[in-house]
Design a protein around this ligand. Structure first.
Ligand code: C2O
Ligand code: CU
Ligand code: CU
Length: 554
């Protein structure tokens, strides 16, 4: 179908949808809404947007000062779609990119200029979203940064439209692909979905001297999934775990969009030169996992022809040495710093593809509940190779001190669970059976190292994230679920211990724990005393109690 006939088809189907809705009258549940899918637009016709670099209003040797406003605005996510109403930092989606230097403090005045009405329905039964809390609240968090508790953007530190805060980011940590996003209590999933997220690239002199691809050869990729109605407007329609939609406007444990959105564009393309590129990939979805690969095959159903690549960095900075990969799994909030070499692929098209099921991993499901997003964007190797420039080289091995289990002065266990009613409705997600508002139970000592074990009793994989720290993965291992149930939560490890794969063996701030497995991490609580949080980074889960506070004490 050419683009004209496809548009005709769209008009036709739009007409029939409204007829259906009108005909259904009061019982609108009878009319299944039709959402945009990749099949209803022409894919790969819009260029990949690159988020703008944010400019400081004042720059000193030791500090830079920024002002960022959160506003509502409209933007076309695809050239065949009407403009979408969004929320964005400085009116951009994704937000503008911070370029920060290690040792140079960044101060940001974050201002909430959002309207008084939320863009999406707010479920006021969720903790933190209950009246008298205003519907529109926001608080930005710099994910992955080692920041004082005051500037961390804790969920309860939200401010309403008209309000602002001044946060300070010391940038005293390894250079890394960080990102910032909203974290307001009970509505994080809605605020982030509305558009409130962006990149924060922290660099240092050593990395700048490494001759990694830079400038137009360094591309940040914020991967998201969105659901749009026929007018191109955002739809947030979560479901139960079995895929059944929850009543309109209420919380549900799962949400997956039907359209891939990269840097704010649906199915874009990027023209590239036959040379190495550095891709800073972020999974900025609410709940969707991506198992990414680069495919030369024309059709997702063809046998894939893979382009191999290297991962040079994880959440918290460079790996000890580059890890050669054919695919990379990224859960919500995880980042991968990749080197992709398009040399020798002149005239070829490389499609960034995904094979992860939704929900992930979907082991217990007989059939997939949601269509996978098979293809996200295309790289077209069409540009002539310009500039001889510096020859590219992979980073030389850097030293990365490995933490040992014996470094840990304390072990803490965290059981992840989901409460259900007898009709199959989720009542919320929990850590050790507790809610976010329950009294703090974890008080790690400043400067100490601890072992944290996440024990997953659910059927979903959860990406677990800690504020303040970058940690290391010690192992993943199964546990005997029968014993766990019969002996009141006794964790009997089974199977063999799986150390982190090379691309996970560096600094992490988010790591996945699979169903009926234990994820063990080693964490040094460095930097600051005070209150922080840890949580599952599926936004639906963190909003409904799969989040708990911890307090670093002297
Ligand atoms: Cu990405 Cu609590 O954060
Ligand atoms: Cu965070
Ligand atoms: Cu979760």
């Amino acid at each position: 179908m050419g683009s004209t006939s496809r548009r005709e088809f769209l008009k036709l189907s739009a007409g029939s949808v409204s007829a259906l809705v009108l005909g259904a009258g009061a019982k609108d549940s009878a009319a299944e809404p039709v959402y945009r899918t990749p099949g209803t637009i022409d894919r790969f016709i819009d260029p990949l947007p690159i988020p703008e670099k944010l400019k400081p209003y004042e720059a000193r040797k030791d500090a830079e000062f920024y002002r960022v406003r959160m506003v509502e605005f409209r933007k076309q996510l695809h050239s065949q779609l009407p403009p979408t109403k969004l929320w964005g930092y400085d009116g951009q989606y994704p937000g503008p990119t911070f370029e920060a230097m290690r040792g140079r403090r960044v101060e940001v005045r974050w201002e909430n200029h959002l309207p008084l009405q939320h863009l999406l329905p707010v479920d006021t039964r969720i903790h933190g979203a209950m009246p008298p809390a205003p519907a529109v609240r926001a608080v930005p968090h710099l994910h992955g940064s080692r920041t004082d508790s005051f500037s961390d953007g804790l969920p309860e530190k939200w401010f309403a439209p008209g309000g602002s805060v001044r946060y300070e980011y010391p940038n005293e940590q390894q250079p890394a692909t960080l990102w910032y996003h909203d974290h307001a209590m009970g509505i994080t999933r809605l605020n982030v979905y509305a558009g409130l997220s962006g990149f924060y690239l922290l660099r240092d002199q050593r990395e700048l001297s490494m001759s990694l691809p830079s400038g137009r050869y360094e591309i940040p990729l914020s991967l998201q999934d969105r659901m749009l109605d026929d007018d191109g407007q955002l739809v947030y329609a979560p479901t139960r775990d079995d895929g059944v939609p929850v009543p309109k406007g209420t919380w549900g444990p799962q949400f997956f969009g039907s359209l891939p959105v990269v840097n704010g564009a649906v199915c874009p393309y990027l023209d590239v030169e036959p040379r190495p590129y550095r891709l800073r990939v972020l999974n900025a979805c609410n709940g969707r996992f991506f198992n990414l690969y680069l495919n030369l095959a024309k059709n997702p159903a063809d046998i894939p022809a893979l382009v191999r690549f290297r991962q040079i960095g994880s959440d918290g900075g460079l790996l000890e040495k580059p890890a050669p990969l054919e695919q990379v799994l990224l859960a919500p909030a995880e980042r991968a710093d990749l080197i992709v070499d398009f040399s020798g692929l002149e005239e070829k098209t490389v499609t960034l593809s995904n094979s992860a099921r939704a929900p992930y991993p979907g082991w217990t499901l007989l059939r997939a509940l949601y269509a996978p997003l098979l293809e996200l964007m295309q790289f077209r190797v069409t540009l002539p190779k310009t500039g001889t420039g510096k020859t590219f080289s992979l980073p030389a091995a850097i030293e990365l001190p490995r933490m040992k289990a014996s470094d840990a002065v304390k072990t803490r266990d965290f059981v992840l669970s989901e409460s259900m009613d007898d009709k199959g409705n989720s009542l919320g997600m929990h850590i050790n059976g507790k809610e976010y508002a329950d009294a703090t139970t974890e008080f790690p000592k400043l400067g100490s190292t601890e072992m944290w074990r996440f024990i997953n009793t659910t059927d979903d994989t959860h990406p677990m994230h800690l504020h303040l720290v970058q940690f290391q993965i010690l192992e993943r291992r199964g546990f005997d679920f029968g014993t766990f149930v019969r002996q009141q939560g006794k964790v009997q490890l089974v199977g063999s211990s799986r150390p982190p794969a090379p691309n996970e063996a560096g600094w992490k701030d988010t790591a996945i724990v699979n169903p009926h497995e234990v994820l063990t991490i080693l964490v040094r609580f460095e930097g600051y005393k005070g209150r922080y949080v840890y949580h599952c980074h599926m936004a639906e889960h963190e909003d409904n109690d799969m989040m708990r506070p911890f307090e670093v004490v002297a």
